[in-house]
Design a protein around this ligand. Structure first.
Ligand SMILES: [Zn+2]
Length: 423
């Protein structure tokens, strides 16, 4: 590591931007509430927004594996009030209905690694079945706003755990994401010192990040980079983890090489992302620590079809190695979470990741759990997402066939309901 010629910036992070934003928002809220009712009320009809009865379908509960035919799911105010067999469930009169006869009904899926830089991508993710998600970082804190968009207009965005910006040596244009990051532009060696690493984490936390995203290796998706080259050491990752933990936050770490995966896990990360060359001993360690594995098989499988020959070859080499790592992780009892790593342009359906986990050797129900109950636990949403039971979010997908017989039906949900709002 080079010695920095410029002293690192003070670790004090101002709340200036946050406070200004809050004041502006308060002004907007006042203006909105002063507006005439008809203009402020959504055309959908306020008193029925978020009320829905999904009826007649076959309901799968990923938590128990229970299958209920001719089920009803009663959603009121965006929350499940009852779910189960029609004969034993009280259905309110007059509530809007969604007919699911001949279909299967599941909780909305969770994408535990996705980059949502635009409102279009956020909407696309929901339509493809990801009603909850964890951000893998965005360039300019868009994910913080997407999280709020999901509260204001749930049908337009997944319920989101935001990561803010990537903790990486070279911030590039992201140095403009917040004025408090700009002093880092003076560092000749980039974000590498303990102080600089803490600074980026602290700016993220001040902006309201729920999790911190960092890396140990270079990228697989760029032909000029070597994904086995390590960019942060175990000590640097430990700094990032410690800075996040001071605020009670976990770290997700982009990792490829055997050594990199091991350094990241020993640093105390919450989840290992990609993890293609993770060693068996590291998987044992993950099992012991409860570290999650988010393999993003979708992203690695996507390399196979890349027009660039270097990336295509990388994909062909990496995919079988990663599938074997997933199979071994599953057998050892490492918690798994489904994530597409969709980034820019087309959002990949989270059902595709379930399909690839199934192909890697998971039984269908456990592959579905990786995108429901297990991923929900990773996001701290185990009482909100991943099931359709009383008190859980009214997020539903309706699919065309039995997902336990063929998980590929999850790739194209026929209907998606978000917080009781049918899309
Ligand atoms: Zn990513």
């Amino acid at each position: 590591m080079c010695v920095e010629s410029v002293p690192p910036p003070s670790s004090r992070v101002t709340r200036r931007g946050v406070l200004a934003g809050a004041a502006a928002l308060a002004g907007t809220a006042a203006a909105l509430s002063a507006a005439p009712r008809a203009a402020a009320a959504p055309a959908r009809g306020a008193q029925h927004a978020g009320d829905l009865v999904v009826e007649g379908g076959t309901l799968l509960d990923p938590a128990t594996g229970d299958v209920t035919e001719d089920a009803v799911v009663v959603i009121r105010g965006g929350v499940v009030r009852a779910a189960g067999a029609r004969a034993r469930t009280e259905v309110p009169d007059g509530a809007p209905r969604l007919d699911a006869h001949g279909r299967w009904v599941l909780p909305g899926l969770v994408d535990a690694h996705i980059h949502l830089n635009t409102a279009t991508e956020a909407r696309d993710a929901v339509r493809k079945g990801a009603t909850s998600a964890r951000s893998g970082s965005t360039n300019f804190y868009q994910d913080i706003a997407v999280r709020e968009l999901a509260r204001q207009a749930p049908e337009q965005a997944p319920r989101l755990r935001a990561a803010g910006i990537f903790v990486t040596p070279d911030l590039g244009d992201t140095v403009l994401a917040d004025p408090d990051l700009t002093p880092l532009a003076r560092l000749k060696d980039g974000v590498r010192s303990a102080e600089a690493l803490r600074r980026v984490v602290q700016v993220n936390l001040a902006r309201g990040a729920d999790v911190i995203k960092t890396r140990v290796n270079e990228r697989a998706g760029l032909p000029e980079q070597d994904p086995l080259a390590q960019v942060y050491s175990h000590e640097q990752l430990s700094e990032v983890v410690a800075a996040a933990r001071r605020d009670g936050k976990g770290v997700l770490c982009h990792s490829y090489s055997e050594r990199g995966c091991d350094d990241a896990v020993r640093a105390g990360i919450r989840s290992l992302e990609h993890g293609v060359f993770v060693a068996e001993r590291t998987l044992h360690d993950m099992r012991r620590r409860g570290t999650y594995f988010t393999p993003t098989l979708t992203a690695i499988a996507g390399l196979v079809d890349a027009p660039d020959p270097v990336l295509a070859e990388r994909g062909r080499t990496y995919l079988p190695v990663l599938k074997e790592a997933v199979r071994m992780a599953y057998e050892l009892g490492v918690p798994l979470a489904a994530g597409t790593d969709s980034s820019g342009g087309e959002v990949e359906p989270i059902g595709r990741e379930v399909e690839l986990m199934r192909a890697a050797g998971l039984p269908a129900l456990d592959a579905i759990r990786a995108a429901t109950t297990w991923a929900a636990r990773l996001l701290g949403l185990e009482r909100t997402a991943g099931r359709l039971a009383r008190g859980f979010a009214g997020d539903v997908i309706v699919v065309g066939g039995d997902p336990l017989a063929d998980v590929s039906v999850l790739r194209k949900p026929l209907r998606v309901v978000r917080a009781g709002l049918p899309l």
